[in-house]
Design a protein around this ligand. Structure first.
Ligand code: GLN
Ligand code: ZN
Length: 770
């Protein structure tokens, strides 16, 4: 019999129940007992949803993050968690989010958060130092085991393996993480022995670090560690996902465990080799249903490939999703507003598990046993493939017509810069913002009334125009140099554009956890992208009509649209990205034609798309940069292109950033104290830069002197004539009471800088570093 199992189920709940339970608890509106009860109810519900599987995951659930759970399980709790009174739950939330709940006013530094491999999920980074000690604490795990036992669930605990756990963490004192392995392994051994005593049969040890390029020391540590875990009393399923193992495949196959899981979506061609390398006793678990995307599995094609594998290895074959289903929405049921045809192409977590059952039945009892499901699946797959909604010949023709010249500006930056200065006389240290202004309760109320049909389109547009006018007025009063319209009309920087493009669909509840209680609802890019009509021109032109100051048009770039959507799996991402680029390019040219002198194209997610393996970076950067250039660079010399990126690591991609050839780039720097400008300095980055001087992620208002000091620091690295003064990111999550004084200080700081920069009334070109 083919064993079916799952690597992890979305924990947030189909209606984001966990989010609401957490937020109510944090606000002090519910008790810890209520939170725990809701968590237990969700776990039980998730196990019920997985009842058809041979093994359901356990400990995939988490109140905040499974990596943080692992740190607590291993007793690696940062000292500051104990800085205030409280119990284990308080300590947990203190590290997760900087504070416990309700009345707890004792704040500590939250643990650093970073992206989980190449997903949009963020985990809390384990903290290490030379004398980190570990000590097993099974409290949380024991509770979940007891729940599963009481419900009669056949559960397989899911834990992060020792090497990936170390690999995910950061050393705080430059000590070697691997040096901790000798202390860590006994705790893992004790953990596995404890699980064996609890009657656990199989344990899933996640080692996705094996899909990355590992140094020889790490590879050797793998061999050593798993040797040490041998004979613990439980069977170990070593689990890899998110890519191919390549040079680590032989190593993974040789480790003394009882089974190996491969991501058979991304690493299918490694399966044959793995069968050869695994030996005759080990289980081979194949991730045959895509855990990273929302499309139905082609069951016929999967069976055609899987049946011979089963004939070869028989009972040793297990099947599962490729990775945890954490990265897809919970259930398609209830998506009533989704177009029925598009809906029939999709599978969310619940549907993916059904697919798994169909596959297992077909493998064990023949395809005829699941005839109906297979026929239905084939019909959906065929319909999608042939749908005129997916492929649009017009888009194909436009793509074929792309030339390299379309991505080139007419003149190099110094020439453009002079042409732009002649058109737009800006002072030295010009001030601007990143685009959005506070999304006030009034704006949100208008939008939801419009969505519910209580406010017609005309009244909604009037309300948005009213907000735009307010925003322009405030910016004029502040004395900013380059204004924005404030993005009142936008719900989300990707969804807003997706809704106006052909080829995109939207769910009502397709939520995916991003971190803690935060979820995102990525739109679904299902077909060729076409822009039927201008998307932002009317709003921008209206805003420009209200002021003599230059108005900056605001667009989301093609790479960010791609990286923050569920995208089609029937063509390379690079092709989809080029289609998006053509749509944005058309918008850029329409804005230019309408007289908009400055256009910003946000690429907040450019870095996120970097492949896990460095060897693949250049290929990605080439097509991503190409897409941006295609979108941006069709304009005349006198049109100024800005881009914005909200992160602070540029060292390893600075060449690609320069290759975008944007006239101005605004970046996040205020937290890193301008250090990240080092990358721009040593690369001799040639164009203009606006290093963020106002950290919009906190309610704090930066003082004028603070901003001046940051900019002085910047001017030591980048010639002052190429510096702009602006916040770190958009202001939509802040309120006006914070934003106004902060921007007032920012404008005052820029004026002070101009004074000391001295003379140079004629334009920016003459300013020298102060
Ligand atoms: N223009 C967008 C805004 O200001 C940029 C947001 C972002 O970088 N994430 O909101
Ligand atoms: Zn940003």
């Amino acid at each position: 019999m083919t064993i079916t199992h799952n690597l992890g189920f979305p924990r947030i709940g189909a209606r984001r129940e966990l989010k609401f339970a957490l937020e109510s608890y944090w606000k002090g509106e519910s008790s810890a007992a209520q939170l725990e009860a809701e968590a237990a109810r969700l776990r039980a519900q998730h196990w019920r949803r997985q009842a058809q599987l041979d093994f359901a995951p356990l400990a995939d659930f988490s109140l905040y993050d499974h990596v943080l759970d692992m740190s607590f399980l291993l007793g690696n709790v940062p000292e500051r968690a104990h800085a205030h009174e409280g119990d284990a739950l308080d300590r947990y939330f203190r590290i997760a989010r900087g504070r416990a709940a309700g009345a707890d006013r004792g704040c500590v530094h939250a643990g650093e958060m970073t992206k989980w491999f190449d997903t949009n999920y963020h985990y809390i980074v384990p903290e290490f130092h030379a004398d980190t000690r570990f000590a097993l604490d099974t409290t949380t795990l024991a509770r979940q085991l007891a729940e599963a036992r009481a419900l009669g669930v056949k559960a397989k605990p899911v834990l992060i393996g020792p090497l990936t756990y170390l690999w995910l963490g950061k050393s705080r004192d430059a000590s070697e993480r691997l040096a901790l392995l000798a202390r860590l392994l006994p705790v893992y051994r004790a953990l596995l022995a404890w699980l064996a005593a609890e009657g656990v049969d199989w344990v899933q040890l996640d080692e996705p670090a094996l899909v990355t390029e590992l140094g020889e020391d790490w590879r050797q540590a793998y061999a050593l560690a798993y040797e040490a875990l041998r004979g613990s009393g439980v069977k170990l399923l070593l689990t890899t996902y998110f890519g191919r193992l390549e040079e680590n495949l032989a190593l993974a196959c040789a480790l003394p465990v009882d089974g190996l899981h491969l991501d058979a979506i991304q690493a299918r061609h490694e399966v044959d080799a793995a069968i050869g390398l695994l030996g005759a006793d080990k289980v081979l678990s194949l991730g045959v249903v895509d855990g990273r995307n929302v499309w139905k599995t082609d069951l016929h094609a999967t069976l055609a490939w899987l049946e011979p594998v089963q004939r070869l290895i028989g009972e040793r074959l297990w099947i599962a999703p490729s990775c945890s289903l954490l990265h897809v929405p919970v259930d398609l049921a209830g998506e009533e507003k989704l177009d029925p045809e598009i809906r029939s192409w999709l599978a969310f977590a619940a549907q993916k598990l059904e697919e798994l059952s169909v596959l297992a039945t077909a493998l064990d009892h023949g395809r005829s046993r699941v005839q109906e499901a297979l026929v239905e699946n084939a019909a959906a797959i065929d319909r999608r493939r042939a749908s005129p909604r997916v492929s649009n010949p017009e888009v194909g023709a436009a793509l074929a017509g792309i030339t390299l010249a379309m991505g080139e500006r007419a003149s190099p930056h110094p020439v453009r810069s002079a042409a732009q200065a002649a058109r737009l006389p800006l002072p030295p240290y010009p001030t601007t913002t990143i685009g959005s202004f506070p999304q006030t309760p009034e704006i949100r109320a208008a939008r939801s009334r419009h969505r519910r049909g209580e406010l017609d389109a005309g009244a909604y547009e009037d309300a948005m125009r009213f907000e735009i006018a307010r925003c322009v007025r405030e910016q004029e009063a502040l004395g900013l140099d380059v204004l924005v319209h404030g993005e009142a009309e936008r719900n989300d920087m990707v969804e807003y554009f997706g809704e106006q493009l052909e080829g995109y669909a939207f769910t009502e509840a397709g939520w995916v956890q991003s971190y803690g209680s935060r979820c995102v609802k990525p739109p679904i890019l299902y077909g060729d992208i076409r822009r039927p009509r201008p998307m932002t021109v009317a709003w921008t032109v209206y805003a420009q009509s209200l002021t003599d100051k230059p108005m900056k048009g605001m667009l989301t770039g093609p790479v960010t649209m791609l990286n923050w959507s569920f995208v089609r799996d029937d063509q390379p991402r690079a092709v989809t990205c080029r289609q998006l680029a053509l749509a944005i390019r058309a918008e850029v040219l329409d804005l230019e034609r309408a007289g908009v002198p400055i256009i910003q194209i946000d690429e907040a997610a450019l870095r996120e798309g970097l492949p896990l393996r460095r060897a693949q970076w250049q290929d990605y950067l080439d097509w991503a940069v190409g897409a941006f250039r295609l979108a941006a660079n069709g304009v005349r010399d006198t049109t100024q292109i800005h881009t914005h990126m909200c992160y602070s690591e540029f060292n390893d991609i600075i060449a690609a950033i320069a290759a975008l050839d944007a006239d101005v780039i605004t970046i996040e720097t205020s937290r890193s104290n301008m250090e990240l400008l080092d990358a721009f300095e040593s690369f001799n980055y040639p164009n203009d830069i606006g290093p963020g001087v106002y950290d919009i992620h906190t309610p704090n208002v930066p003082a004028q002197e603070q901003i001046v000091a940051l900019m002085r620091k910047a001017a030591r690295r980048i010639p002052a004539r190429r510096l702009w003064v602006n916040p770190d990111c958009g202001l939509k999550t802040r309120n006006w009471e914070e934003v106004l004084p902060a921007l007032r200080n920012m404008v005052a700081a820029a004026r002070a800088l101009r004074q000391t920069a001295g003379h140079a009334p004629a334009g920016r070109a003459e300013v020298t570093a102060g």
